[in-house]
Design a protein around this ligand. Structure first.
Ligand SMILES: [Zn+2]
Ligand SMILES: [Zn+2]
Length: 144
């Protein structure tokens, strides 16, 4: 497997385009209330990358950013309103939403914030109450 593989993505209208390079640090589903409220969807399928692996190749000026707290800087296209990614400065990672990377083979490794779920998923993948230990959470798993 090559580490030089890159995957392209764009917002809903195409004004913002970007690539990610290499392999994601992690992939999974976030069931938190914040993701739900912001995305207007029941869960957020995430892919986490080191910020240097993420390159905005077009339309940087069209990216809007909102942060309700310091842990998540949520980004979207100012023209179409399409969601793009979330920076997590505390974790040193960027979540490029899985749906934004159609060519990346998505394979969930974990569910986070499962205690807040409104869409239970019986897929046999670990369900963490909140966040993994490596990311400052409790690491406590809960049953499906
Ligand atoms: Zn757009
Ligand atoms: Zn979330």
């Amino acid at each position: 497997m090559s580490n030089n593989r890159s995957y392209a993505g764009s917002c809903f209208c195409g004004a913002v385009q970007f690539t990610v390079s290499g392999e994601p640090v992690g992939m999974g589903y976030c069931h938190c209330e914040s993701c739900r409220s912001w995305s207007a969807g029941p869960v957020n399928a995430f892919t986490l990358w080191k910020p240097e692996a993420v390159n905005i190749t077009k339309g940087r000026d069209n990216i809007g950013t909102y942060h309700k707290n310091e842990s998540s800087y949520r980004k979207w296209c100012k023209i179409c309103g399409g969601h793009i990614m979330t920076d997590h400065p505390g974790m040193g990672l960027t979540d490029v939403y899985a749906a934004m990377l159609p060519d990346l083979p998505f394979a969930a490794g974990v569910h986070v914030n499962y205690q807040e779920t409104v869409l239970p998923m019986k897929d046999g993948v670990t369900k963490l109450k909140a966040f993994p230990k490596e990311l400052g959470g409790s690491g406590i798993a809960i049953p499906e």
